[in-house]
Design a protein around this ligand. Structure first.
Ligand code: KPL
Length: 307
């Protein structure tokens, strides 16, 4: 499906008055931004380096849809009605400081890992948590592959069902993104972190696609131990989460994906391990629960990062 900008304005005339900002237009951010612009929203893509230079030329989307867009790509954030934060977790603090210099509107994290929202809250007023299972990969700078549709949940960290959460979910839905405002976003953030804690480091260390985590008995044994530790930590936090079943479901559903951590390791980039397995180990320590398998994976990945 290829859209021209003219067609897009006809699709959703009343979205054009809403300014949506993507803080960190990498793979996921570019996809979300593209879908929103294609639905008529006024979108600002904040990026850096080669990705910024490429976006200034154009953004190409392939995979589930085909589109080429002229986008408003900038190095620094601007005022907006809604800002989606999609930077890597280790860049959240820097992104938050930049957002504090403008009026970013409602700030909604769509990042991996635990703790992003708390960092954003130090610098921004209206912060929502978010998780998404939409799959996107960067084929090249300025070229995002829309690899899989998923579900997106947004919500207040204290569980209130606020107008802001409904507004953000509605904006996403107008862009054709399956989204819901929920009262249990903290649970969902932790649940996603536990799933990522099993799939991401195992795939990154063994250089396999997600499906192999359940197909290979040895890898599944490790994944189950990670799941069991994560389940215990979450239980102590008051969340009853069937981590083993969920990890199996996600690994099977995304069997052909290359996890974000595998992609980071292959590119020699820093990973989000501190905000995933690291966060589980830390929370476990606070509550007197040992997480030796998570800790081992944490050190192995950090060993690769430093090697
Ligand atoms: O979130 C993911 C990631 O790669 O970071 C999963 C769900 C594992 C999909 O690849």
């Amino acid at each position: 499906m290829a859209f021209s900008r003219r067609q897009v304005n006809i699709l959703c005339a009343d979205c054009s008055s809403m300014r949506v900002q993507i803080m960190g237009a990498g793979a996921l951010g570019s996809l979300v931004g593209a879908l929103m612009q294609l639905s008529g929203f006024d979108v600002i893509f904040v990026a850096r380096g080669k990705q910024l230079s490429a976006l200034k030329n154009r953004l190409r989307v392939s995979g589930l849809i085909e589109a080429e867009l002229d986008v408003h790509a900038v190095a620094k954030p601007e005022n907006a009605d809604i800002t989606f934060v999609t930077v890597k977790a280790y860049d959240t603090e820097e992104a938050a400081k930049k957002l504090a210099e403008v009026d970013p509107g409602i700030v909604c994290s769509l990042q991996n890992g635990v703790g992003n929202e708390e960092i954003l809250q130090k610098y921004c007023d209206k912060v929502l948590g978010g998780v998404t299972s939409y799959a996107a990969n960067l084929a090249d700078y300025g070229h995002v592959v829309y690899a899989g549709e998923g579900l997106t949940y947004v919500g207040e960290l204290d569980g209130r069902m606020s107008d802001e959460a409904f507004k953000v979910a509605e904006a996403l839905r107008r862009a054709g993104i399956k989204a819901e405002a929920v009262s249990d976003i903290q649970f969902r953030i932790w649940a996603k972190a536990v799933v990522n804690a099993a799939i991401n480091p195992i795939t990154a260390l063994c250089k396999v696609r997600n499906g192999m985590v359940v197909e290979n008995d040895n890898l599944w044994k490790v994944a189950r131990s990670v799941a069991e530790e994560g389940r215990k930590v979450m239980l102590k936090m008051g969340y009853d989460f069937d981590a083993v079943s969920e990890i199996k479901r996600v690994a099977e559903m995304t069997a052909k994906n290359r996890s974000s951590m595998l992609q980071d390791v292959e590119k020699g980039k820093r990973t989000e391990i501190d905000f995933i397995n690291g966060a589980i180990v830390e929370k476990g320590r606070e509550m007197g629960i040992d997480c030796p398998v998570n800790e081992t994976l944490l050190h192995l990945i950090k060993g690769i990062e430093r090697g």
